[in-house]
Design a binder for this molecule. Structure first.
Ligand SMILES: Nc1ncnc2c1ncn2[C@@H]1O[C@H](COP(=O)(O)OP(=O)(O)OP(=O)(O)O)[C@@H](O)[C@H]1O
Ligand SMILES: [Mg+2]
Length: 270
């Protein structure tokens, strides 16, 4: 049974997508079968693994609104063991449509729950993967709520900057609400420090985040690196764009930590 991990932080630009792409690719290289679901209308995870938005015939939007099957919306990427359900801009209007579909279902007497839509679909394919990573948008709206309902756990990237913990209480409250309402077993997978620069401020921020999240914080810290920012424009995870880069090593180390926390040994190439 695959493990579903939602990469969540409603704060924008903290490294959710960079982490989704590079953790997914790293798990793939370590021999795990991985599906990445792009749940952000910006579609950055989609283009970041080299999928051209113009070539998409079905995306997560069609899956959520019952226009396509989930099986038929999965694309194999060029990366080892990595498949993708893409997203593009039409996903932005999905909330109103889900409300309409739920209303219609009630009238006609079949079951449709707009909060568990993603979960209900993922259940059909979960067994085919070791890990399913969901790249969430920077908001706590219906898309993120769907991710929290569908996930076994959340991975929270936190940018090493002065206001790092701003908004974290709101995120924790949302996770607790999801636990109470739809997903009692939802766990915090881990907290990942991203875009670290070795300055006094960077070090102070790490201390305060570790003080707050304790052992949930990964030992691996992702440094701020130009190559990590460049790689998506070439449609490649960092390990393909620049295999010897520090960013490649960092995300491979993160993948190993994720695998170890989940109690299985990594296999495949190293
Ligand atoms: N470790 C890093 N070093 C340098 N640049 C980075 C790093 N991680 C992310 N970036 C850059 O910072 C920006 C934000 O990163 P990313 O898109 O991963 O964040 P996000 O949380 O997904 O953003 P959004 O909330 O808009 O979805 C991007 O331009 C990305 O290339
Ligand atoms: Mg993003």
């Amino acid at each position: 049974m695959g493990k579903v991990i939602a990469i969540v932080n409603q704060k924008g630009g903290v490294g959710k997508t960079t982490t989704s792409i590079n953790l997914a690719a790293s798990l793939g290289v370590l021999g795990k079968k991985v599906l990445m679901i792009d749940l952000d209308p910006q579609g950055n995870a989609t283009t970041g693994v080299g999928v051209d938005k113009g070539d998409i015939s079905s995306s997560i939007y069609e899956v959520l609104t019952m226009k396509s099957s989930i099986e038929g919306s999965i694309i194999k990427t060029k990366s080892q063991n990595l498949s993708l359900i893409p997203a593009y801009l039409n996903l932005a209007g999905v909330d109103m449509e889900l409300i309409e579909l739920e209303k219609k279902a009630k009238e006609k007497g079949y079951s449709f729950n707009r909060v568990t839509r993603l979960k209900d679909e993922i259940l059909k394919i979960k067994d085919n993967y070791d890990y399913i990573l969901i790249d969430c948008p920077p908001s706590l709206g219906i898309l993120t709520t769907n991710a929290l309902a569908a996930a076994n756990s959340v991975l929270i990237p936190v940018q090493c900057e002065y206001f790092a913990l701003e908004g974290i209480m709101q995120l924790i409250n949302t996770i607790m609400l999801a636990q109470r309402k739809v997903n009692p077993n939802l766990e915090i997978e881990g907290v990942l420090l991203t875009m670290f620069s070795n300055t006094n401020l960077g070090v102070e921020v790490i201390e305060s985040i570790k003080g707050f999240f304790k052992e949930r914080v990964y030992n691996t810290i992702i440094p701020r690196l130009v190559r990590l920012a460049e790689a998506p424009s070439h449609g490649k995870p960092i390990l393909e764009y620049e295999p010897r880069n520090k960013g490649t090593i960092a995300y491979l180390n993160l993948a190993k930590e994720v695998i170890n926390r989940n109690g299985t040994e990594e296999e495949g190439t190293r």
